[in-house]
Design a protein. Structure first.
Length: 199
């Protein structure tokens, strides 16, 4: 009886050790997965949006390019920046650089028009040829998914930010990662942007 008791105790101990080892292995695996998920930054390539013409625009098509994302407005004191945006786009588009504009009506209702009206305004007044997306919200409860990525460190891995006004610029590197945030008042032709494009 005593031997049986010792044998049962030994079996229980071994089973307990085995279960503990399995639990530890599972916990370690779960923690590794969690850490990996936290450390893996999202990229802009995961997003598909609509352009001003209502066609699908896939950011994955821009892999390998530097991307300047900017929220625009037609009735803003900064609206003349369209001219500078078009100038740097024309100058550097052959060097793996692209601008993607997102009209937004978040600031003083300065982009009230429809997508069609915005398209006409951009063409007639500034000859815009860089890709322009359908109007979105860049802040608040209805913020679009692209701007959640751009403004939340948990998604972009770089920093939290808030879109301060029309024509704030987000610089995305060739890997689709957020690299720099530029204030609305800084002109697109500023050396901080040109140096980033050309480096």
């Amino acid at each position: 009886m005593k031997k049986l008791l010792i044998l049962l105790t030994g079996v229980c101990f071994l089973t307990s050790c085995k279960n503990t080892a399995q639990d530890m292995a599972e916990n370690t695996s779960n923690q590794t997965t969690l850490i990996k998920n936290v450390m893996e930054k999202e990229t802009i390539y995961q997003f598909k949006v609509k352009d001003l013409a209502g066609k699908d625009f896939d950011f994955a098509s821009l892999k390998g390019k530097k991307i300047l994302v900017v929220n625009t407005a037609s009735k803003c004191g900064l609206t003349p920046q369209y001219k500078d945006l078009e100038a740097i786009y024309e100058k550097y588009k052959s060097k793996n650089f692209v601008i993607v504009g997102f009209p937004a009506n978040n600031f003083a209702s300065q982009e009230p028009g429809t997508d069609k009206e915005i398209s006409s305004f951009c063409q007639l007044n500034y000859g815009v040829t860089f890709p322009m997306m359908s109007k979105v919200s860049v802040k608040g409860a209805d913020m679009c998914e692209v701007y959640k990525f751009l403004t939340q460190k948990s998604k972009n891995g770089l920093q939290d930010s808030e879109v301060e006004w029309n024509f704030q610029k987000y610089l995305i590197n060739e890997k689709g990662e957020l690299e720099k945030v530029i204030a609305p008042q800084v002109l697109p032709t500023d050396e901080s942007i040109v140096n980033w494009i050309t480096k």
